[in-house]
Design a protein around this ligand. Sequence first.
Ligand SMILES: Cc1cc2nc3c(=O)[nH]c(=O)nc-3n(C[C@H](O)[C@H](O)[C@H](O)COP(=O)(O)O)c2cc1C
Length: 206
Amino acid sequence: MSFQPDLSIELCGLTLKKPLVLASGVMGTSATLLKRVALGGAGAVTAKSCGPVARAGHPNPVMVDWGHGLLNAIGLTNPGAEEEVDLLAAAREVLAPLGVPLFASIFAGTEEEFAQVAGVIAGAKPALIEVNISCPNVRDDFGTPFAAIPETAAAVTRAVKGAVGDIPIAVKLAPNVPDIGRIAAAVVGGRGGCDHGSEHYAGYGD
Ligand SMILES: Cc1cc2nc3c(=O)[nH]c(=O)nc-3n(C[C@H](O)[C@H](O)[C@H](O)COP(=O)(O)O)c2cc1C
């Protein structure tokens, strides 16, 4: 029998059997895909971000090979929060026997919308809700990214926290700010009440 080291970690009160988490993206668009990633060894999986209403996203091509890597801009394609609840419920069902927690991911254009989307998504009882405040690569739809200003980042965090009951939240920050530490302190500290801050590294996509 081969030795299996214990790689488990604690995250926001959850136990992950392995320290790898699927980032929000195209592999998080169906229960089948999420299950496939879980079977591949993820400790938790994150669904693709959803917003208040359905968005078709950008027209193709949404990915380009520029010779040294890939650049993408999907345009926050999603079915809207109400539909997403069904997707999350189906995903939870297939992930539960595998012991792999499901993280939801949300975005919105205002604090109030963030709270509304969070409230709807909380109904699907994901293990954690990731708050995507770093990904408005959709022209000027949302104005200045929430992730660029400590006060707005904290305000979104508070709004979401107030809408999700005891579900832990993680705030996905943007790396392209002058001082990410200030933003992180604002969302995690007393001003925001976030349970976990995750940095959104370069390789930006939505
Ligand atoms: C095709 C694609 C779709 C993505 N969709 C989302 C999304 O819906 N929400 C989000 O927060 N991040 C999204 N991301 C960003 C990833 O979650 C991740 O933060 C980013 O790709 C950086 O990680 P990497 O360097 O490992 O790729 C997406 C990335 C890609 C490539």
